[in-house]
Design a binder for this molecule. Structure first.
Ligand code: TPP
Ligand code: MG
Length: 279
């Protein structure tokens, strides 16, 4: 079993990533704030603990693959990739600028980005293909795919879910960012996904539920998923959209807008306070 990083180090890292996300979005003047903030711990626990990866050699064939199917949350992915050393952190401040490789949705070509995404519903199908090919090639890698809960309204997700269980893709782990909100309302009001655990189980998946902001619990769930053989596993990560900033948390209006300068300053103060408490 991999050695676990110090939990305070990871908690601090999560706050630093949140600060970078807010600064990036504020400088860009547009983008997805709530859905980026909700996935920070999911990404930090993957990239700083679970994923076999090599930022110096991002196309190393032996790497585990991470696919951000909910591509609009890419500010979180970009910030984590920069902190891991895939590219210089200064590039973060070019988010959404003309000619920047850091566009509003991820594009292939940027180190660490495995798929272009943004059109919701497609990531799990691609993850199936990668997981199947890896098994045929005897690569011994794992594939992780992060979906939004609203995204699971897409029919393609369920076609992919059937495919994965049909082919017994136990090297595949889906993660659902269960933040209960989507673009213009609460998921249960827009199109109620119902009992997600039940649904995935009936599609032949093994299901784990976890507090999506508890780094230790997330690391446990990735370890547990790896041990489950003969079927794919989905981790339903209970999260709060906008997590970490009081006036952004759980607010539908913070889906597709960036903070203004004053809002960003207020948010950064809150996060600095959280950092001081950890010190
Ligand atoms: C195929 C497709 N339809 C619509 C959109 C527009 N869109 C962007 S984000 C979003 C909401 C997705 O909700 P969820 O998956 O819960 O992600 P969260 O907002 O919670 O991060 C929508 C509908 C899209 N990107 N792709
Ligand atoms: Mg959501």
């Amino acid at each position: 079993m991999e050695k676990r990083p110090d939990i305070i180090y990871l908690q601090k890292k999560a706050i630093e990533i949140r600060k970078d996300i807010l600064n990036m979005l504020t400088l860009a003047g547009s983008g997805h704030t709530g859905g980026s903030l909700s996935i920070v711990e999911i990404l930090v626990s993957l990239y700083y603990y679970k994923l076999k990866n090599d930022p110096v050699n991002p196309s190393w064939p032996g790497r585990d693959r991470f696919l951000l199917s909910k591509g609009h949350a890419c500010p979180a992915l970009y910030a984590v990739l920069a902190h891991k050393g895939y590219f210089p952190r200064d590039m973060l401040w070019t988010l959404r600028k003309l000619g920047s490789p850091l566009q509003g949705h991820p594009q292939l070509g940027l180190a660490g980005v495995e798929i272009s995404s943004g059109s919701l519903g497609q990531g799990l199908s691609i993850a199936n293909g990668i997981a199947l090919a890896a098994r045929l090639d005897g690569l011994g890698i794992r594939v992780y795919c992060l979906l939004g809960d609203g995204e699971t309204n897409e029919g393609q997700v369920w076609e992919a879910a059937m495919t994965a269980s049909h082919y017994k893709l136990d090297n595949l782990c889906a993660i659902v960012d269960y933040n209960k909100l989507q673009i213009d309302g609460f998921c249960c009001e827009v199109k109620d996904p119902g009992d997600l655990k039940h649904k995935w189980e009936s599609f032949g998946w093994s299901v784990l539920k976890v507090d999506g902001h508890d780094l230790q619990a997330l690391m446990d769930s990735y370890d547990c998923a790896e041990k489950i053989k003969g079927r794919p596993t989905v981790i339903i990560a209970d999260t709060v959209k906008g997590k970490g900033v009081s006036f952004i948390e759980n607010k539908v209006e913070w889906h597709g807008i960036a903070p203004k300068k004053e809002e960003c300053e207020k948010a950064l103060q809150e996060l600095d306070e959280a950092l001081r408490k950890l010190a």
